[in-house]
Design a protein around this ligand. Sequence first.
Ligand code: HEM
Length: 338
Amino acid sequence: MDEELNRYILMNESKGIVPGYPKSMVDILGNCNIAAVHGSTHKYLRGALLSIIGPAMVRDQLLTKIDHFMRSHLSNWDNQVLDIQRKTKEMTFLLSLMMVVSMESSRISDSIMPEYFKMVSGTISLPIDLPRTKYRRGCQARKALVSILREVMEERRKSQETHKDMLGVLMGNDDESRHKLSDEEIIDLLIAVMYSGYETVSATSMMAVKYLQDHPKALEELRVIFETARLATIVNGVLRKTIQDVELNGYLIPKGWKIYVFIREINYDPFLYPEPLKFNPWRWLQDQSLESKNHFLVFGRGTRLCPGKDLGIAEISTFLHYLVTRYRRGESRKGKGG
Ligand code: HEM
């Protein structure tokens, strides 16, 4: 594991090392998707993205919405056996839909949710365009999702009402909007928000519940989130491709090659994290500089550093807060969940 080399790869997009995610993902998430663009297009799309999910937005608007959502979403979980994986997935999807289109979310959630899940599953599939393949289904689901979002946009244009949500900001009927985007760009940004914040937040929430079950004393949410993301390695690695010949550590990497920065191996390095397989959220407290170290790649680094970091942390912390303050866990008959 070469810390400096990883850093170099993630910091040098301008030298021809750009994101290299698979074809199925790029096709389904759209041509204007943030992971498919680089250079000046990436810069302005990222600016627009930060205006809807960045730290200022989290502080001024989203935190209240997340709190309100979690209070009501976690209000009837008592006396049932819960499949925490299914619950956290559903919760993360509904929460992001509510932040994207507040007013319309309850009306469209039933029609959009099955399409959304098909779309997600299509992004991690072989790009074989035949009937009933995951890829074909994913492409069809994207079309359905796009048409639902387009309809909402048209209704909003007709009604000329102001909406204080992510779509409202991007459509420019809000004072905060500085970004003039095409409808395609708006739709792909919203899909990026729902997609990138989905598996990451739901898996971290689920694994945090599991680790907290074994370590009930570890209830300092921020450290729990970092430690969960590290130990469960929520993001296994990030993919890049070279768009020109690049030299790395004296080796020539030809144009068109893929580079995988393997985060899991770094997360389990015993020199960086003593006893790496142990859930120890206190390690983040003992060494407070751990988060700013070069090897901390849980949220990526450089030009692609996760713009949803604060939002993700706010969502997971609020979820954990309401879960542990409202519920006591009991064993189900099968000895699991409950
Ligand atoms: C625990 C939660 C999260 C983790 C561990 C995480 C991790 C990451 C990582 C490692 C990257 C870098 C990818 C790369 O370099 O190719 C990234 C990028 C990104 N994340 Fe997150 N993320 C989380 C939550 C979120 C949330 C909640 C959102 C949105 C609502 C989000 C949106 C994005 C987007 C759009 C990018 C691409 C940025 C770009 O290409 O400029 N993430 N994330």
